[in-house]
Ligand binder design. Structure first.
Ligand code: THU
Length: 165
């Protein structure tokens, strides 16, 4: 028997102002995009903003559906759109934000669901470029340098021999 310990590095910032200016802009755009989410069922509005290597910024938000599983999270809405309009440009940074009913940012950072993490890792591996991800709460901002930090033992296109242990 062998025992492996999986480690991830997660960075914490105590305010948005601690981030580089370009990333502050991404957080602002993710929050703004959340205002436009379609969430008649959960009322939980999430926005994502992506900075691509070519400098483009793409946003997306959650789009719910009366047939619940047919809806899409903010992260996948944004990523699929980014990859469809800029197929040659890797995503460098993704900022994720959720807002309360009154439009204010939620207190604690929001982390993506498992299905979104899978789509995010596909994008990271497809371009071979690590994707920084910023999870935002009101004054608590967390970040990872790669999707691999939030999806250890990921499933990838190397199947049946994955690109890890
Ligand atoms: N949701 C997102 O858009 N992103 C997340 O990271 C978590 C969950 C959405 C899906 C659904 O529309 C609502 O939030 C409640 O689950």
């Amino acid at each position: 028997m062998q025992r492996f310990v999986i480690k991830s590095t997660i960075y914490q910032y105590d305010s948005v102002e601690e981030l580089p200016e370009k990333e502050q802009e991404l957080v602002r755009l993710a929050r703004e995009s959340a205002q436009r989410a379609y969430t008649p069922y959960s009322g939980f509005r999430v926005g994502a903003a992506l900075l691509l290597q070519n400098g483009s910024i793409i946003t997306g938000n959650n789009q719910e559906n009366a047939a619940y599983p047919s809806g899409s999270c903010a992260e996948r809405t944004a990523l699929f759109y980014a990859n469809s309009v800029n197929p040659d440009s890797p995503v460098e940074v993704m900022a994720i934000a959720a807002i309360k009913k009154n439009g204010e940012p939620v207190d604690k950072p929001v982390y993506p669901c498992g299905a979104c993490r899978q789509v995010m890792i596909e994008s990271e591996i497809r371009y071979g470029v690590d994707q920084r991800v910023i999870f935002t709460g009101k004054d608590k901002i967390m970040a990872v340098a790669s999707v691999k930090d939030i999806l250890p033992l990921w499933f990838d296109n190397k199947f049946p021999d994955p690109g890890h242990v």
